[in-house]
Ligand binder design. Structure first.
Ligand code: FAD
Length: 525
């Protein structure tokens, strides 16, 4: 019996368990389906792709996507301490300030969330109105410094785009280098940042290799979870709350397995209905990425990262290609003038990134696709079976809304325009799998054939429909969801930082602390 049972030690779960257990008078049990984060490819940044489709990955795919020629799209998720923060590409982008304001949820405006971004942060560049030092999460400049990424930023300037040295500062628009969740060239997951320093606390228990199967609800109140470690069943009770931090695919799956979801589906699968909640698993959003890959003959891409001199440099200086996170540089642009904020993020990686990152690079290359930030299309996560170990049925419905396709075509044109700039000539000897032409018809066909996920699912237990603004599941007591699934709309950017900030704020809400205040008056809009 613990006060709080937290399910899922991912980006959010590690933060929450660490913050809640700062109070020595409460007991916290953090339960993770995967193992400890000992694999080298977690900590050596360039290794992230080698974790795909391994035992550290939930290894999901969408069902056949109707607007993508019935292709199934690969959806990796970390199944290990640190969750997807142990397997992601470490880009630290918070989102655009209007994202949080548009959520329109009490307590969640940009001004109210900024203190929580900053409480986490230990920024290598020091303090500023937007950044802080001394927090657990290291935010650093990249140490790979690949010349192809510099050429990409220069090309953007040549094409007339502004440069931006801080995508989390006064404005998001423009091109530049990403800051990364790394410390000294190593990945700084939430397990490394928040959990490891808390492991000695007697009031914090961390259980790995237990997959939770359902939440037990008695008289409308969550009282325990049941799960399995191999074939050993176990029940872990919570006297105060059960908190689901299992991510945008698995939190709604767990709610449905526990009888909270669309009654028709649950009944058809033989799951007793606790609460008919048609919104659980709906509103699924993601950023789709259109890959643009340009090949050349210069042996400087990440294909050459494991050469002895680079290994030596990594060991001695914690620098060089082994610290590469993938997208080192990028930029935020608007595909049309009337938009209130960027709708496209470019991500430039010094490697051939094809087939969702599953394809083995065959050439030296630079990849810089547009990621579509404000999709109108919505998908869903539903149970495929009452078996908790079965994969859920995930349908993203990418481009179900035709206007999403129009924006992707425009963004692809911008990418092709960047590729023609002088600065990139050296690294653009040919395009891998190019579109037949730049006509609307050919680009629409290209996007449908090659687009893939950039792995940012959110929205499936959204604030306002499934949980309230304190992240409590509506209609059930002592049950919350705290992870990327509670975002009503996906942020314009990479969602790890926002997920961490959500967990930071949730910790204060749960423990009854007064909301953090910050001097935001001076922050320019
Ligand atoms: C390849 C890749 C690259 C990415 N790159 C970036 C990036 O550069 N920057 C960025 O900001 N974002 C990036 N993201 C996205 C970002 O990492 C996620 O949005 C974020 O980690 C989501 O956090 P979460 O807490 O919602 O879920 P997760 O971090 O996925 O945590 C969920 C945890 O719950 C556990 N769990 C699930 N079900 C159960 C169960 N039944 N029982 C017990 N435990 C369970 C999981 O194993 C996992 O540890 C990337 C994602 C991927 C896959």
């Amino acid at each position: 019996m613990y006060d709080y049972v937290v399910v899922g030690a991912g980006s959010a779960g590690c933060v929450l368990a660490s913050r809640l257990s700062q109070d020595p008078d409460v007991t916290v049990c953090l339960i993770e389906a995967g193992p400890a984060d000992t694999a080298e490819n977690i900590h050596i940044p360039v290794g992230f792709g080698k974790l795909f489709r391994t035992h550290l990955d939930w290894d999901y795919d969408t069902h056949e996507e109707p607007s993508l020629g019935r292709r199934r799209i690969y959806l990796p998720r970390g199944r290990v301490l640190g969750g997807t923060s142990s397997t992601n590409t470490m880009v630290y982008v918070r989102g655009n300030r209007i994202d949080f304001d548009e959520w329109n949820q009490p307590g969640w405006s940009y001004g109210q969330l900024l203190p929580y971004f900053m409480r986490s942060e230990d920024n290598e560049r020091g303090e500023s109105p937007y950044h802080a030092i001394g927090g657990p999460l290291a935010v650093s400049d990249g140490r790979s410094n690949n010349p192809m990424c510099s050429a990409f930023v220069e090309a953007a300037a040549q094409a007339g785009y502004p440069l931006n040295d801080d995508f989390n500062g006064a404005t998001q628009d423009g091109f530049g280098y990403f800051q990364l969740t790394q410390r000294e060239g190593r990945r700084c997951s939430t397990a490394a940042a928040f959990l490891r320093p808390a492991l000695d606390r007697p009031n914090l228990t961390v259980e790995t290799n237990i997959q939770v199967h359902r939440v037990l609800i008695e008289h409308g109140r969550a009282v325990a979870v049941t799960g399995y470690r191999l074939d050993q069943a176990m029940t872990i009770s919570a006297s105060r709350e059960v908190i689901l931090c299992a991510g945008a695919y698995n939190s709604p799956q767990l709610l449905m397995l526990s009888g909270i979801g669309p009654a028709g589906l649950l009944t058809a699968l033989g799951i007793p209905v606790v609460l008919d909640q048609p919104h659980v698993g709906q509103n699924l959003q993601d950023h789709a990425l259109v890959p643009l890959v340009f090949t050349h003959s210069h042996p400087i891409s990440l294909l050459a990262a494991n050469q002895p001199q680079h290994v030596q440099r990594f060991i001695e200086e914690s620098r060089g290609p082994l610290t590469a996170n993938g997208p080192e540089a990028g930029g935020f642009v608007r595909t049309s003038g009337g938009l209130p904020a960027p709708d496209v993020e470019f991500l430039a990686a010094p490697v051939m990134f094809a087939d969702s990152g599953l394809g083995t690079p065959t050439h030296h290359a630079i990849s810089f696709g547009p990621s579509m930030l404000t999709p109108r299309s919505r998908g869903s996560v539903l149970l495929a079976s009452d078996d908790p170990t079965a994969k859920p049925k995930i349908s993203h419905n990418y481009f179900a809304d035709e206007t999403d396709l129009d924006s992707a075509v425009e963004a692809t044109r911008i990418g092709l325009h960047l590729a023609r700039q002088k600065a990139l000539a050296r690294y653009n000897e040919g395009q891998f799998q190019p579109p037949a032409s730049e006509s609307d018809r050919d680009l629409r066909g290209y996007v449908r054939s090659y687009v893939h996920s950039i792995f940012h699912p959110a929205g499936t237990c959204a604030m306002g429909t499934v949980v309230d603004a304190e992240l409590q599941v509506l209609g059930v007591e002592a049950l919350r969801v705290v992870d990327a699934s509670v975002m009503p709309t996906l942020v314009r950017g990479n969602p790890n930082a926002a997920t961490i900030a959500i967990a930071e704020k949730a910790a204060d809400v749960i423990s009854g602390s007064a909301p953090l205040q910050w001097q935001v008056a001076a922050v320019a809009r």
